[in-house]
Design a protein around this ligand. Structure first.
Ligand code: GLN
Ligand code: ZN
Length: 761
């Protein structure tokens, strides 16, 4: 995106019509030139080409391989960039309507939704999902890539095109036709890759990097088998192939990866350092081995001595021939942290953004080639930083460790089982059947954002800011009362972000001024840096929540973010297991819940929308993760009395495979996203006999469309067919912060009416 998110600004100006396609192209070229220079200045032997994308690298491949989905109805006369953004962002309809229009299957004239977006392996980067059907054919369209290769070469760089390999590309796409086996498309796809490699060879390219990260997944046998066939077909095209794997150990695919007919293999020695020995055993001596030694997924400075300990024996085994590299693409870390204005010098010295990681590679290379004396000063600085981080009192708070060590075994269990808690909560809350509630946030209006920005800039003082937020809270409470909702929320007006809000108040977190990473398209996130033991100096939400409660006799739901979500959406320390860090956050949240309870709050929601994201890529490692994740949640939720009702919220739509783990979290009430699946995923909860209460979302908050009472009633009755009615809650799919007030009030009015009608019936 550029160090100052230049691409974001350029893209958004282009979409607003303020920047022509040619000007956007120029901006893209400027970034490529700068990033290539950065690689050369740090002594890299070649520069990556083809990793630049105006939206997403997978989307680039859709055009490169000529498989734009037919549903967009392109004639082929549209400019390539226009087609690209049409796929990435969707095409507006000729008449006003939204995602859930009555027109049914859309024709091009009625607009087209964008390609689906989904997470790139276990990162927070979202790619655009290729769509395949029985008619899908591939055709090489290498103009853009070849132009970028030429661009790099003209600047004197050794260009190393980076491609997503054919099997990973197919795997990442979605079969849109019933019964289509994506693997059947391989025979049509391979010749296109072949032709591409031949053209790259003709352009003077020597090495092509082919990424096959799916080698780190549990693959069906047919997919694993297809590797040999594929790489036999791509062999002998006049270029040397570097097969790149990352994010996960190769395990049962290790020998396969080592014997494929390619010129070199890249492995992720940060995530799978324990496999390096086996790779050294299996990889034939004539192949190049590239070791991903600098962590591309996290922002910590490399412990160079640990790196040397891994690399020196490998170097000896390989007879002095070794490549070193970051473990994966540097897309997942900020461009640089060396001068970040929000961090102090000590903290900065512990971190490495992409640029600093390139410098680390150079130091490692020189130390290995020329001896440590050649880089004495750099090694000294690196060792000093690693030592200061290891010894810093900012990192270790003995009280936190002691508390964890003494945590009683029952700290992750409520005093009584749900069956005993439920009547106590009913007695206390006296809610009607099918109680109505919302997920937490209400519209973040322009006024709210302006007030927060002014407060952060120091233009609004604390009392004035608090008064402004209280006014918003009062407004939200009054509106909920008027709507007749049963369990109210304060609306989260004071929260910029559900993780940042807590991180800013907890010890152990730091925030960067410019540590942006791409989330999707032009969207970037700035994850907090979780560098030290987590402690809560004081209550974080009690003031706002009790103020809101003082305005109403209805129960006010306290609103917290769960330990796994905070963990998942931060750059997390790598000097202790993630499970331990999660437990520390859990303790802070447990104390917050206890404070809310002591202040008279009877319902507390602990959001865990990210729990599924933390699932390890390999199935064998998933149960252990689910176990500690559910435990961390329970630790946060179990410090309150039986009569206090704990809610949780999750908002993705595949639960069925982890239902026992969700049940093990033992929240009294869970609210989930279900409306888009037409309640289908609720069936899993029913079949599983999910024991606690459930609020299946009855309307999609991603659309401004106001659903009718009848629609929501239909969904609720469907829900009541699979879940015992006395267990059901009525609520939207997720928080409402991205919506406007008019549609929010209208939709909630219909939702309350639907609940009332259901009660009567
Ligand atoms: N309580 C949060 C909200 O309503 C939950 C957001 C989420 O699920 N991502 O905004
Ligand atoms: Zn949600």
């Amino acid at each position: 995106m550029g160090a100052q998110r230049e691409l974001k600004q350029a893209l958004e100006r282009h979409w607003r019509g303020e920047l022509s396609p040619a000007e956007l192209e120029t901006q893209g070229q400027r970034l490529r030139v700068r990033h290539w220079e950065l690689q050369r200045d740090h002594g890299l032997a070649s520069v990556a080409v083809g990793d630049f994308a105006f939206y997403d690298q997978v989307a680039n491949h859709i055009q490169l391989l000529g498989c734009e989905p037919a549903r967009f109805g392109f004639s082929g006369d549209e400019p390539e960039l226009a087609r690209y953004f049409a796929m990435a962002r969707g095409v507006a309809a000729a008449h006003a309507h939204d995602e859930a229009c009555c027109c049914g299957a859309a024709s091009p004239a009625a607009g087209q939704p964008a390609l689906e977006m989904t997470k790139w392996f276990d990162t927070n980067y979202h790619y655009l999902v290729p769509e395949f059907d029985a008619q899908t054919r591939f055709r090489l369209n290498a103009g853009r890539l070849l132009a970028e290769v030429a661009e790099a070469q003209a600047l004197g760089h050794e260009a190393r095109p980076v491609l997503i390999g054919p099997l990973s590309f197919l795997w990442l796409g979605k079969a849109k036709a019933e019964g289509l086996d994506k693997l059947d498309l391989l025979d049509d796809l391979l010749p296109v890759y072949r032709e591409l490699l031949v053209q790259l060879a003709a352009a003077g390219v020597q090495w092509v990097q082919v990424d096959e990260p799916i080698l780190g997944l549990d693959l069906p046998g047919a997919w694993a088998l297809a590797f040999e066939r594929s790489y036999n077909a791509l062999h002998n095209c006049g270029v040397s192939l570097l097969l790149a794997t990352y994010f996960s150990p190769l395990e049962d695919h290790l020998s396969l990866a080592c014997k494929l007919p390619v010129a070199g293999l890249h492995v992720d020695a940060v995530r799978a350092g324990h496999e390096l020995q086996a790779v050294l055993d299996w990889l034939p001596p004539q192949r190049v081995l590239s070791i991903g030694i600098v962590d591309g997924r996290n922002i910590w400075r490399t412990d160079l001595d640990r790196a040397f300990a891994l690399l020196r024996p490998a170097l000896a085994r390989r007879g002095g021939e070794l490549w070193i590299a970051p473990s994966c693409s540097l897309l997942h870390v900020p461009v640089s942290l060396a001068h970040d204005a929000a961090l102090d010098a000590e903290l900065r010295s512990w971190l490495a953004g992409a640029t600093e990681k390139l410098a680390e590679l150079r130091v490692i290379q020189r130390a290995l080639n020329e001896g440590e004396t050649a880089v004495r000063a750099e090694l000294f600085a690196a060792r000093a930083a690693v030592a200061s981080r290891a010894a810093s009192p900012r990192v270790r708070r003995p009280a936190v460790g002691e508390r964890l060590a003494q945590l009683p075994a029952h700290a992750d269990r409520r005093a009584s089982a749900f069956a005993q808690r439920q009547p106590l909560q009913r007695e206390r809350l006296r809610l009607p059947p099918f109680p109505t509630t919302t997920i937490g946030s209400f519209p973040q209006t322009a006024e709210i954002r302006a007030a927060r920005a002014a407060f952060k800039r120091g233009q609004l003082d604390q009392p004035a800011y608090e008064a402004a937020m209280q006014q918003e809270i009062a407004l939200a409470v009054a509106r909920q009362e008027a709507l007749g909702l049963d369990v109210l929320v304060h609306g989260e007006a004071e929260r910029n972000d559900m993780v940042e809000y807590f991180g800013e108040q907890l010890h152990g977190f730091a925030f960067t001024a410019n540590g942006w990473v791409q989330s999707y398209g032009s969207r970037c996130v700035k994850p907090p840096v979780l560098f030290g033991d987590v402690a809560r100096p004081q209550a974080m939400t009690v003031g706002w929540t009790t103020y809101a409660q003082s305005l109403t006799k209805k129960p006010m739901k306290g609103m917290l973010t769960g330990p796994i979500t905070i963990l998942q959406w931060s750059f997390v320390r790598d000097d202790q297991p993630r499970a331990d860090t999660a437990l520390q956050i859990a303790l802070a949240m447990r104390d917050e819940a206890a404070d809310l309870e002591a202040a008279g709050i009877a319902v507390i929601q602990i959001d865990e929308p990210a729990i599924r994201e933390g699932l390890p890529l390999r199935r064998a490692q998933q149960p252990a993760y689910l176990k500690w994740a559910a435990r961390a949640f329970r630790v946060s939720a179990s410090g309150v009395a039986d009569a206090t009702q704990i809610h949780t919220h999750m908002c993705y739509s595949e639960f069925n495979d982890i239902l026992p783990d969700i049940a093990a979290m033992d929240a009294d009430v869970i609210t989930i996203e279900t409306s888009r699946s037409d309640m289908a995923l609720l069936r899993g909860f029913g079949d599983f006999r999910y024991p606690n209460e459930i609020g299946p979302g009855v309307y999609d908050i991603h659309s401004p469309r106001v659903p009718t009472t009848a629609e929501m009633l239909r969904l609720l009755r469907k829900a009541a067919e699979v879940i015992p009615p006395e267990q059901l809650w009525v609520n939207p799919d997720c928080g409402l912060k991205t919506r406007g007030w008019p549609e929010t009030e209208a939709a909630l009015r219909h939702m309350v009416a639907a609940a009332r009608e259901l009660r009567v019936r």
